[in-house]
Ligand binder design. Sequence first.
Ligand code: 16G
Length: 271
Amino acid sequence: MTEIIPGLRQIRPHPMLGGLSGVSTNRMTLVAELRQRLNRQRGPLGLRLTNALTSAIEDDVIAAGEALPPERELAENLGVSRSTLRQCLEQLAEGGLIETRPGAGHFVARRILKPVTRLTGFTDDMVSRGIRPVSKILEKTVMPVPPDTAFRTALPLGTPVFVLVRLRLAGEEILAYERSIVPVTSVGEDYDGTGSLYGRMDQHGGRPKRILQSMRAVEAGAEIADHLKVKPSTAVLMIRRIGYGSHGVAVEDAISWYRGDRYDYVAEING
Ligand code: 16G
């Protein structure tokens, strides 16, 4: 099931800025709003900036389709380096919140997202279709958060995480190969990887409340092809998902490869 982000509103100019011209008023309002959001956050600057921009987009502060101010201007006005800003923008683009058009700039994406009220996992999706979900655990390990996950999620280095690699099947049929990394606190120390991961998380503080997800078609390398039982170089769907809990802290970093011939991502769009 999918849900549409409601139409995003235009930025409302702050009354104090009423006398200024349209474009600069909007930009100044946006910068002021982003600064406030930045200051309300805690943690590393990059994460605060990503959260500030994400929440501004989600809260309709910037309209869908609207351009963000040019990189240099935005970085200067927010007092951040261009490289920090660029990393955040890349993350937002990866999560589908903005689109980067070479030579033209960054635009708030007109997006369709999965429901934000209750996020479904593999088991939920299968059960709701009357299909028996099957998982084969290929790896389960507890370790300090890998550096690339720490970078993506801002989980502090050293955080113990549960790494779960599974083959996901609909009955006998292989659908996906999936690696999920979740903080141990989200599943409990005695978790053995069996059953629904989200079901387990529901009992330990909750499954993600919000996700950033990107999807892309890739050619299966030898290892993925072997797991999915397809020929190497077959097109498969690679889905990355970062899940955030109710306090905006990351609770999942997952990557899945779905068989392109077995899985349809269907969206319902209301005009
Ligand atoms: C889905 C999610 C994955 C999550 C899993 C939980 C996608 C692309 N990925 O496969 O992030 O870890 O569900 O499933 O939707 P489970 O509750 O059945 O273990």
